[in-house]
Design a protein around this ligand. Structure first.
Ligand SMILES: [Zn+2]
Length: 191
């Protein structure tokens, strides 16, 4: 999008307001940021999360983690990926979160209607056939939400790199009700 287009009309209030304007979505985000920065004052926060907690969640667009959990700016570390899966890279972030930035608790959040419920590792083979290269990463698709939350809790609890593994809890967020349902790490039949 050109500078001319950007200056041609007043800035709207949010990216959602100007779906019909020319220009890429990123242009709209950058414009929204200019408005944000114009009102921003430095809260003078430390990088260490106030609540000493790290939240690992799916990247799903329907989950507003801060609102859903009553979190404020500066309260937590947020680590998100497809599925909220505990991959090596999530362990990397959690390790830095705990060892360098003082977090102690880990909250894991999967959710109903997750895109990974419909995928299988076949996705990886199809990719390989299409592009001629096998990805080094696993798709980490899962057919059973609760079981995958258990698996994720287990990966965190058994990681040798983490300092604190005594407060690790896992949940399924219902995108229809906004409610969290806690998963019992020990009891696969309970749910
Ligand atoms: Zn998801």
């Amino acid at each position: 999008m050109s500078t001319h287009q950007r200056n041609a009309q007043p800035l709207s209030q949010s990216p959602a307001d100007d779906q019909h304007r020319p220009g890429s979505v990123t242009d709209r985000l950058v414009e929204a940021n200019e408005r944000y920065a114009a009102q921003f004052t430095d809260p003078g926060m430390d990088a260490r999360p106030v609540l000493n907690v790290a939240v690992v969640a799916c990247m799903d667009a329907r989950i507003d983690l801060h609102k859903a959990l009553g979190l404020e700016l500066g309260d937590c570390h947020t680590i998100r990926n497809a599925g909220g899966v505990v991959t090596d890279d999530v362990i990397r972030s959690l390790t830095i979160s705990q060892r360098a930035l003082g977090t102690r608790s880990v909250v894991l959040i999967h959710h109903t209607g997750c895109g990974l419920l419909n995928l299988t590792e076949n996705f990886r083979h199809e990719l390989e056939l299409e592009v001629g290269q096998r990805p080094s990463w696993a798709v980490e698709a899962f057919p059973d939400l609760d079981q995958d939350v258990r698996q994720s809790m287990e990966r965190v609890r058994t990681s040798p790199f983490l300092l604190h593994t005594d407060d690790v809890r896992g949940f399924v967020f219902d995108v229809k009700t906004g409610l969290l349902r806690e998963i019992d790490p020990e009891n696969p039949s309970e749910s």
